[in-house]
Ligand binder design. Structure first.
Ligand code: CA
Length: 220
């Protein structure tokens, strides 16, 4: 037993998946196809997808905004558990990656719940504000270019309703955030993002070491 978060080695990780993962076939097939891409590391882990789907159910979220869709795994995991009438707005700039996403959303029968907007996410987020969607989203998932995390966060807070949940991915950045020798731009951006949230009285906060680190912030 330990008073700190357990170190999950490969054997324990395999056990965790064995006793808890309930990945629908369509998600498993999308994950397998994405693994063939050179950018496969950008895909979230399956247990994280399941965790996020559970969060959607726990919060009763009906309106979700995703910043950074890639090949659509996280969007599909969340869309699959949206209630009737629920919608997910997916932001990405890649037609190629999201074409793969759309194929699996169609196969899963959730394409009608997902509205894909191909544009820089900040443009889409500001457009949503202009459309009167401020304060309307139940959940926002940020998983795009790290240099813009701070900017995404600020607009996301405007788009979230009070009590809404913000999720931010890769906040542990493969451990690089805690490596003083690492001075990469992306690492510095995530450090700044994490520090800003720590001090931000507008949110309740928890950093969950699942996947590459997932921050949960509830808008007060
Ligand atoms: Ca990610």
């Amino acid at each position: 037993m330990s008073n700190r978060t357990i170190n999950v080695d490969d054997r324990l990780y395999g056990y965790l998946l064995d006793v808890s993962l309930r990945e629908p076939g369509v998600l498993a097939r999308l994950r397998a196809e994405t693994l063939k891409l050179p950018q496969a590391g950008m895909q979230i882990s399956p247990e994280q997808g399941q965790f996020m789907a559970l969060l959607v159910k726990l919060t009763g979220a009906r309106s979700i905004l995703e910043i950074g869709t890639f090949t659509g795994y996280s969007a599909l995991a969340m869309a699959l558990v949206l209630p009737a009438g629920g919608r997910l707005v997916a932001c990405d700039v890649s037609d190629e990656w999201t074409a793969l996403a759309r194929r699996y959303w169609r196969e899963a029968g959730v394409e009608g719940r997902i509205e894909l907007r191909l544009a820089p996410a900040l443009e889409t987020m500001r457009a949503l504000l202009g459309e009167g969607a401020g304060g309307s989203f139940d959940l926002v998932f940020i998983d795009a270019d790290k240099g813009n995390y701070g900017a995404y966060y600020e607009v996301a807070l405007e788009l979230l309703r009070p009590g809404g949940l913000l999720l931010a991915d890769n906040v542990l950045w493969d451990g690089r955030v805690a490596d003083p020798a690492n001075d990469e731009e992306s690492t510095r951006a995530i450090r700044a993002f994490n520090a800003a949230l720590h001090d931000d009285a507008r949110i309740d906060l928890s950093l969950v070491p699942i996947g590459d680190g997932l921050t949960l912030a509830r808008k007060r």
